[in-house]
Design a binder for this molecule. Structure first.
Ligand code: SF4
Length: 288
């Protein structure tokens, strides 16, 4: 079973990439489960026709309120059939202002494990969609506890997305287990300056000891599908955008690399790397 984690800064497009990847894996006949690991609970929204599914943690809270415990939860309460047969789970988060969101995510993953969710559904690929803004022990738990094995950093051409990705790489470095769990690559989600972003993200990936796997092009079609609560593969299956996600899925399946990353230590060095690529494009008369 492949256990793929997509980490990245909030708003970078993790859910869109994860959902379309899930659909692309399904097209290949694989059994897929997508697990949203973000209190925002909207990872699987485009797989469920825009509907927000009940989360694992709120289901647990409901049972506790009734004086029961975790054993009262069944898989049918927390795993929902999405489009194309993708199985959808949302971890949810603690009540606002109470508890640790990362620990909540881990509780949810542990419940899935205890209920043997992956085996029960004959899962070939699990995609974890994990918030990467908060660089803390909490959101590193899926890696620490051996759920997320192949870690991908989703980035755009914005400096802060690299900053977040570099911080995640620092966490991955601490938790990598050679050959088992590690950084698998960088994925680009273009903001519209694809040539610049491809170059920037290749350089960044190289700097942290991995490679750029693929870049999803910027497209109004993708944005429109998000608004409609659909994946691109359902809504526009014959579009070049759908093919871009299929290509990414193919690249991920073929990629066996898992490295202990070598993150950029100082923010000034990261800024220098960024500026050097900007300058190159300015000199070439381009304006990223
Ligand atoms: S460990 Fe992370 S997720 Fe948990 S409370 Fe602290 S910042 Fe929030």
């Amino acid at each position: 079973m492949r256990q793929i984690a997509i980490y990245g800064k909030g708003g970078i497009g993790k859910s869109t990439v994860a959902s379309n990847l899930s659909m692309a894996f399904r097209e290949r006949g694989l059994e897929v489960m997508q697990v949203g690991c973000d209190p925002k609970r909207d990872s699987t929204r485009t797989l469920t026709g825009g509907r927000m599914i009940p989360t694992v943690l709120e289901t647990l809270r409901d049972q506790l309120r009734l004086g029961r415990d975790q054993s009262a939860i069944s898989l049918e309460d927390i795993v929902f059939a999405g489009e194309g047969g993708v199985r959808c789970v949302e971890s949810g988060g603690p009540e606002p202002g109470v508890g640790c969101a990362g620990r909540g995510v881990l509780t949810a993953l542990q419940i899935l494990k205890d209920l043997k969710a992956f085996d029960t559904y004959g899962t070939d690929v699990v995609i974890y969609d994990i918030l990467g803004d908060v660089v803390c022990g909490g959101f590193a738990q899926p890696i620490r506890e051996g759920f997320a094995r192949e870690i991908y950093l989703l980035c755009s051409g914005a400096f802060m997305s690299l900053y977040a990705a570099n911080n995640i790489a620092k966490g991955v470095r601490r938790l990598s287990r050679r050959g088992e769990t590690g950084l698998a690559g960088v994925i680009g989600n273009s903001g519209g300056q694809e040539e610049f972003e491809r170059d920037l993200l290749s350089q960044f990936a190289q700097a942290i000891g991995t490679s750029l796997i693929d870049v999803i092009p910027f497209s109004p079609v993708i944005r429109a599908c998000e608004v409609k609560g659909r994946t691109v593969l359902q809504h526009s299956p014959n579009s070049p955008e759908a093919d871009a996600f299929r290509h990414l899925a193919e690249m991920l399946l073929a990629n066996q690399s898992r490295v202990i990353p070598t993150p950029v230590e100082e923010v000034e060095d990261l800024e220098r790397l960024y500026r050097s690529r900007l300058d190159l494009y300015a000199a070439a008369g381009e304006s990223p």
